[in-house]
Ligand binder design. Structure first.
Ligand code: FAD
Length: 487
């Protein structure tokens, strides 16, 4: 949980750079969970110290979302190592000379592997083969063929990587590579949510300073800065809407990710097995929401923050357009946000008959019951309770329709995830408002701001749930009826 907060700050400072330690962290988690003792002894200390960095090499030119199509090959050697051949693209932090060695975690197929995702294995392929004493030795033939030119995150080297008979060692069991890689991917999905949270916060901070400083026009309700030739733009209602959108998405996202990080700590460390299991279920349910909802909101928030600067936001000098460009990739990599939505609705909810969602819903219901009679809280509790009921009904409805036509899941998934995201944010904003109400008379202006941000959230952001629910309910026909040839 503590590390998560630190990562928000790192990402506010520089998302592209933070990907280097972020990927090393993911590689560490994966090796710690699935590596042999020897692998752990050789690689983990170097990853922790930052002397070596990590990558994840999944994507190939013809396969991104559908990893079952991947073609890279691994042939066993007599000494227990493997010889790996293949082409990977879009590999973040794939090549650089900031560290003395790079540890690539590579997905490939062993001979006679079953087709599709059941035939994928995971290999550890270092850039330099380590010597027995842990120092770096011979160069391994895994080379950067080209650096991808891209829209944002220019500080990160996104590489095409060619494996020309590179030496590697298997991690875990043959054909179980995706299982092992999921440890990395789940860590990375939370990490991507944190990237957008960091960008949301830093874009907001810049826009706030600018809005207090930039003088344009007078306030509609009378002059606010008579000593100046015009009022600062923060007096204008719509500038406030833009600022508060970014502020609310940052604060909602921070509450949400802190909670999920705490649940991960419980999942990994709690002495009671039952608590560990409950926490794990919640983390599984909420991970796609962290990834997709926060990154979609990060795109909205950085764009609004850029807009606060007017034309000065669009030119490079102020740095605001960089936040927008950087934020855009977060909706794409680590499984596109569409794929996250399908994971949430299909795998995490419908395939488990809604059990994990019901459990989380019970927490919300208990909170609504506990504070339902508190008049001061009704502006927060009423919409929270209503949305909880609506999500339950919507889930049932889509589930029933999916029996008739599986495309109904794909047609509803994206607006559905956003509705769940708002349910989660409503829950956290209600809790924050509760504390802020109790402390609103204190001298600490933090609580006054928190209360107003919660009011803004329920008044201005939450209402999109009505539209999203209508979209999700509108069914697959309006998407699927048009023959592909008629587009
Ligand atoms: C800057 C950058 C860094 C990256 N870093 C890494 C990295 O470090 N390691 C790595 O392995 N990869 C990395 N990637 C790859 C990234 O994870 C993929 O680009 C991403 O998973 C999507 O795959 P794709 O580009 O092949 O798109 P495709 O899979 O071809 O998808 C195209 C479109 O179709 C949609 N789509 C696909 N299947 C479905 C479906 N079943 N239902 C609905 N819609 C669907 C997608 O959502 C998308 O909109 C990176 C990419 C970029 C651009």
């Amino acid at each position: 949980m503590l590390n998560n907060s630190f990562y928000e700050m790192l990402n506010s400072s520089n998302q592209a750079w933070t990907m280097y330690p972020g990927l090393s962290h993911g590689a560490y988690e994966c090796l710690k969970e699935h590596g042999t003792d020897d692998q752990k002894k050789t690689y983990l200390p170097k990853l922790v110290s930052g002397e070596w960095t990590g990558t994840m090499c999944l994507t190939e030119p013809h396969c991104g979302t559908d990893l079952g199509l991947l073609r890279s090959k691994a042939i066993p050697n007599e000494d227990g190592s493997w010889t790996i051949t293949g082409n990977k693209i879009f590999i973040s932090a794939g090549e650089h000379d900031m560290a003395e060695n790079i540890l690539h975690l590579v997905l490939a197929r062993v001979p006679d592997a079953p087709e599709g995702s059941k035939g994928i294995s995971l290999f550890l392929v270092p850039k330099f083969l380590p010597n027995a004493d842990g120092s770096v030795g011979e160069r391994n033939p895994i080379f950067c063929g080209a650096i991808e030119e891209k829209m944002g995150i220019h500080g990160n080297s996104t590489c095409q990587m060619n494996l020309d008979g590179a030496k590697g060692w298997i991690i875990g069991q043959p054909n179980k590579g995706l299982n092992a890689m999921f440890v990395f991917m789940n860590a990375a999905r939370l990490g991507v949510g944190m990237q957008s949270l960091g960008l949301t916060e830093v874009a907001y901070q810049n826009a706030l300073v600018y809005a207090k400083d930039r003088l344009q026009m007078r306030s509609l309700s009378g002059v606010k800065a008579p000593d100046k030739p015009a009022d600062p733009i923060i007096v204008h209602p719509d500038v406030r809407r833009m600022l508060l959108t970014a502020k609310a998405y940052a604060e909602g996202g921070r509450a949400f990710t802190s909670y999920v990080a705490l649940q991960i700590d419980r999942e990994l460390n709690h002495p009671d097995e039952e608590v560990r299991k409950e926490a794990a279920d919640e983390v599984a349910l909420l991970t796609p929401v962290v990834k997709a909802f926060i990154t979609d909101n990060g795109w909205i928030a950085t764009s609004e923050a850029m807009q606060v600067f007017g034309g000065h936001g669009y030119i490079s000098e102020w740095g605001m357009e960089q936040y927008v460009r950087d934020a855009r990739i977060n909706m794409i990599y680590e499984g596109t946000n569409t794929v996250q939505s399908l994971d949430l609705l299909g795998r995490k909810i419908l395939m488990d008959n809604g059990a994990k969602l019901r459990k989380f819903g019970e927490k919300i219901r208990a909170y609504v019951e506990e504070h339902g009679t508190d008049e001061a809280m009704s502006e927060f509790i009423t919409p929270l309770g209503e949305l909880g009921d609506k999500v339950g009904k919507l889930t049932m409805e889509i589930g029933m329709k999916a029996f008739q036509n599986p495309d109904e899941v794909g047609a509803a998934a994206v607006p559905y995830l956003r509705v769940v995201g708002h349910l989660v944010y409503s829950y956290f904003f209600a809790q924050m408002a509760k504390i802020a109400l109790e402390k609103q008379d204190s001298d600490d202006t933090f609580y006054k701001a928190k209360l107003q941000t919660a009011r803004f959230y329920f008044g201005r952001l939450y209402p999109e749930t009505a539209m999203l629910i209508r979209q999700a309910r509108s069914g697959a026909a309006n998407l699927m009826a048009l023959d592909a040839d008629l587009f």
